[in-house]
Write a protein that binds this ligand. Structure first.
Ligand code: ZN
Length: 346
């Protein structure tokens, strides 16, 4: 009895194993049938076009494309490898290559790419973007299917430059009653200053685009020039306080009535018609009309007390030159040539 029971148990155990195997096989077959017959869905996004693809059984990405008559160009990109097995609910994205023009650094790059993001297209070309560079469209933008323009990179460089510029000094004049009219004294000499100007210069593709002053500094203040201008118009002469029109320094020479001094003809008659007189007659340029009186302090000890009258002219007597008449040739030679201060009386 014991033995029989044991055998029975063994038999049962063996049968159970078989049963389990049979049941498993059945379940797998059922699952396989379900797998083969259940409809599943994948989405294919091909540019603007979206295709809902229903399939049964095991399909690869490549199968999906073939069944939908979708072909891929050499430069087109697809989101999954063609050999991948399709799963329910999967989305396959196809990015079609597009002709893109990128201009940068004076060159134009025309090429096909499936890439849509601007900065990625740029790096595909091996171009590097620097901090300040300007890109159109924006690097993080994605170009859409309608985009037909070009991607433009403008290289931007900023430079800070400092230049020094001289600052012209100004001039001031002051009247000085103690100085004779016509006298100008420089009491303080003018000196140019120095200003530094710092500018930010922006270059677009190597060409100056803008210039902005960042800082302006006076490195050295200019020194103004100060001049004193004489306003006194009175000079003490033998006539008392005599009003004068101007003072000037003249180059004075001397002459007499000899032919050496005045050439052929009558040397005693002046250009004004008056007779020459020592201590009286002088020749001056035409800016001084006949009859103009000159007070020449150098001669104040003479009988004329230094007062002469313009009565004559001379070929060499131009500008600030005068010729003083003497009675004899010797006197004229002795006088020679001197620079004298002259008051032109009113
Ligand atoms: Zn002479």
């Amino acid at each position: 009895m014991n033995v029989n029971l044991k055998r029975l148990k063994e038999a049962w155990s063996g049968g159970r194993n078989l049963l389990i195997i049979a049941l498993l096989t059945l379940a797998m077959s059922a699952a396989f049938i379900v797998f083969q017959t259940t409809e599943r869905l994948a989405t294919i996004v091909d540019g603007e076009k979206t295709i809902e693809y229903t399939f049964r059984g095991e399909k690869s990405v490549k199968d999906a494309l073939l069944e939908n008559e979708i072909s891929l160009g050499e430069m087109d990109e697809i989101s999954q490898p063609l050999t991948d097995t399709l799963e329910n609910g999967q989305e396959i994205r196809i990015s079609r290559a597009k002709e893109i023009t990128v201009t940068a650094d004076g060159k134009e790059y025309v090429f096909f790419t499936a890439q849509r993001q601007v900065d990625k297209i740029i790096s595909q070309l091996g171009l590097r973007l620097e901090n300040l560079d300007m890109v159109y469209p924006n690097p993080e933008d994605e170009i859409d299917e309608k985009f037909s323009g070009e991607i433009k990179i403008t290289r931007v460089v900023e430079e800070v430059v400092t230049e020094e510029q001289p600052v012209k000094y100004s001039k001031v004049t002051r009247n000085n009653q103690t100085l004779d009219k016509g006298v100008v004294n420089t009491v303080q000499k003018g000196k140019d200053g120095l200003r530094s100007i710092t500018e930010k210069v922006v270059y677009h593709d190597g060409e100056e685009y803008s210039r902005t002053v960042v800082e302006e500094k006076m490195e050295k203040e200019p020194v103004e020039e100060i001049q004193e201008v004489g306003t006194n118009v009175y000079i003490a002469t033998s006539r008392g306080q005599t009003r004068f029109d101007q003072t000037l320094y003249v180059v004075a020479t001397a002459y007499c009535s000899c032919s050496q001094c005045t050439g052929p003809g009558n040397g005693t008659v002046t250009a004004s018609g008056a007779r020459t007189r020592a201590n009286h007659t002088i020749a001056a340029s035409t800016q001084f009309s006949f009859g103009t009186e000159f007070y020449i302090p150098h001669f104040r000890g003479n009988s004329n007390r230094g007062i002469f009258v313009v009565e004559d002219r001379g070929g060499a007597i131009k500008g600030n030159r005068i010729d003083i008449y003497f009675n004899t040739h010797e006197e004229a030679i002795r006088f020679g040539r001197r620079t004298l201060k002259v008051y032109v009386l009113d």
